[in-house]
Design a protein around this ligand. Structure first.
Ligand code: BDP
Length: 588
């Protein structure tokens, strides 16, 4: 799906701002409700998670539907133009109505969708209503569990247990656009651009017309020109895209149809991602991935789009001498990926597939049926859809160097290979650039029991020795870690291996001369102990610490005000470990 850029032929207006809002108390069950103004209105910021903007547990933890509404005006339509609404993301399901007419439904809370509202909208004022559903269960991704709390004398209460360790923020989370676009238009561009200047492209359109394309450099100089819906060629004298020099080019595509033109520009970079000698290579040279698993998480906005935090986080990554992160545990905003293209940050792009393990719920508290994940989960089809939508959206970004199809599934259980083989194959088939594909696995999936290692191009492992086991005993943790890494290397001697997560909860300001759990000194010592193991093993291709910053989780007795494994606080103040990593990564 194309980014909603404004061009000579496309007008794009922002519908962000203050919308009307209410929790759904049965309103959406009423006939014709979406065509009327909402009662009990509250002001709501769009984009943002709704949860932290008003007080009260019943508000914050509402399970079910949220209603949003606003009006928008459009001019009298020109012939040959269409009106689209585009949502960057709505978490987790959306039904969109214009003047009471249903114009789109979308499942999945982290990817964009469009609605063609040309028929439903009219010149002048229009009423836009969005019904959002925030339930996570065994059919959704991320996955969760719905239960009912029954206490005698009190009404039954619906409880939604996320099967993952981050707060289930919801709402209209990313920008909303109103677009006026040509009827016959460019609908997709796929670009494969190699470091040596080889280029192949495919353009899709919604109707007939003549296609031409120009390759422009950063200053807008034309380097090459092509015609046709699919073309191949070579562009001389290009600068390969890399973290050191993130050289961006643009493909300026023009479609000349019978009743007008469409113009669209897609940024891209010339670069190669390959795997050689157990290392990830960028433009033929090994690149050691230094960075984090992150979250889209900030005070007040929650998981809602926060451009200032994105810029700050990328600046802090550079301050740390880091070069990469994983979009744990869902696709991040398009704006963040465009920023990483521009700033030269390498990204492992992850599908929103977390919680695919019935043996654990949020933060590993046991619940559910430990050995029945692949019989219980009804996510396979939706999982195909989100992989497809993620790759359709992100395929051209030079910053994306790997796809992760899931985080910490029950990869040791019977049925895991059968579940994942079609998905890893799908990711490879859909990606025109054929980037490496991985499944990020957890400590319960060992060299002896993991059923998916062979499906991965790179093994990305999450390990918490020295925290969830051998807590406090770093020599034991390091030994167990090294043995296990060697075990995976013996099993898959040709595959690069990296840590996708390792970390320790740390209370900022808690200090200890003898490093104890939760102290800043323990977090630094923990990262140092892991680093010493990686430095001994030549097949390790990277280290992603968990987590970049502290983040909000569901309330439970394993979390004091959220997950504190950040090397920054939630407000982005460094802990001691940040200074340690900054020094380590300067030399790595
Ligand atoms: C891993 C999960 C991650 C958690 C982390 C932790 O992938 O989402 O936040 O552990 O426990 O299991 O901190």
């Amino acid at each position: 799906m194309l980014y909603p850029s404004m061009t000579q032929s496309r007008l794009v207006f922002s519908l962000d701002g203050i919308w009307d809002f209410q929790l759904d108390d049965g309103l959406s069950a009423q006939e014709g409700w979406a065509g009327r103004r909402l009662p009990h209105l509250r002001a709501m910021a769009v984009p943002s998670a709704y949860n932290d903007l008003y007080e009260g547990r019943d508000f914050r933890e509402h399970v079910g539907n949220l209603c949003y509404q606003r009006t928008f005006e459009i001019p009298a339509l020109l012939p040959g133009k269409r009106v689209l609404l585009r949502f960057g993301s709505v978490t987790h399901q959306a039904s969109v109505y214009v003047n009471g007419e249903l114009v789109a439904r979308h499942r999945g809370g982290f990817l964009p969708f469009e609605a063609d509202v040309t028929g439903a909208a009219r010149p002048g004022e229009n009423l836009l209503t969005v019904l959002v559903n925030n339930v996570v269960d065994e059919t959704t991704l991320p996955a969760g569990r719905m239960t009912t709390r029954r206490v005698e004398g009190l009404p039954d209460k619906a409880i939604d247990l996320p099967n993952f360790d981050f707060f289930n923020y919801s709402g209209i989370m990313r920008p909303v656009k109103l677009m006026l676009v040509p009827n016959v238009r460019i609908t997709d561009v796929a670009i494969v651009a190699h470091a040596d200047g080889r280029l192949s492209c495919r353009v899709e359109t919604s109707g007939a017309g003549e296609i031409s394309a120009r390759v422009l450099d950063g200053e807008g100089r034309e380097l090459a020109a092509f015609t046709g819906a699919a073309f191949e060629g070579r562009v001389e004298g290009v600068t390969p895209w890399s973290p050191e020099q993130p050289a961006l080019y643009r493909l300026a595509v023009r479609l000349a149809g019978a009743d007008g033109e469409d113009v669209y520009e897609e940024p891209f970079g010339f670069r190669d991602v390959t795997l050689e000698n157990c290392r990830v290579c960028l433009n033929g040279k090994p690149v050691y991935l230094k960075g984090f698993g992150k979250h889209e998480d900030s005070p007040v906005n929650g998981r809602g789009f926060n451009e200032a935090y994105n810029v700050k986080d990328v600046a802090l990554l550079k301050w740390l001498n880091a070069n990469s992160f994983r979009t744990s545990h869902y696709p991040y905003s398009e704006e963040m990926l465009r920023l990483c293209d521009r700033e030269g940050i390498l990204v492992i792009a992850e599908a929103p597939a977390v919680g695919l393990h019935t043996g654990f719920s949020a933060v590993g508290l046991l619940g559910g049926e430990p050995n029945g994940t692949w019989k219980t989960m009804k996510t396979a089809e939706h999982h195909r859809d989100v992989i497809g939508e993620m790759i359709a959206r992100d395929k051209n970004h030079p910053c994306v160097v790997m796809w992760s199809v899931a985080n910490e599934p029950a990869s040791e259980e019977e049925g895991a290979r059968e579940y994942f083989e079609p998905l890893t194959n799908l990711a490879r088939t859909l990606d025109p650039q054929r980037r490496p594909v991985t499944i990020v696995t957890y400590g319960g999936s060992t060299p002896e029991t993991c059923k998916v290692a062979e499906l991965c191009d790179v093994l990305v492992l999450n390990r918490y020795r020295g925290w969830y086991d051998t807590a406090g005993d770093l020599p034991a943790a390091a030994k167990l870690l090294e043995d296990e890494l060697l075990g995976f290397h013996r099993r898959c001697p040709d595959k690069p291996i990296m840590l996708g997560e390792y970390g320790a909860d740390t209370i900022a300001g808690l200090h200890d001369a003898t490093p104890g759990l939760f102290s800043e000194e323990y977090q630094a010592a923990f990262l140092k102990a892991y680093g010493e193991v990686f430095d001994r093993l030549p097949f390790i291709t990277g280290e992603h610490v968990w987590n970049f910053a502290d983040f909000a989780t569901a309330e439970n007795i394993m979390r004091v005000g959220g997950n504190k494994k950040g090397v920054f606080t939630r407000e982005r103040r460094p802990k001691l470990a940040a200074h340690f990593l900054r020094a380590r990564w300067e030399k790595k």
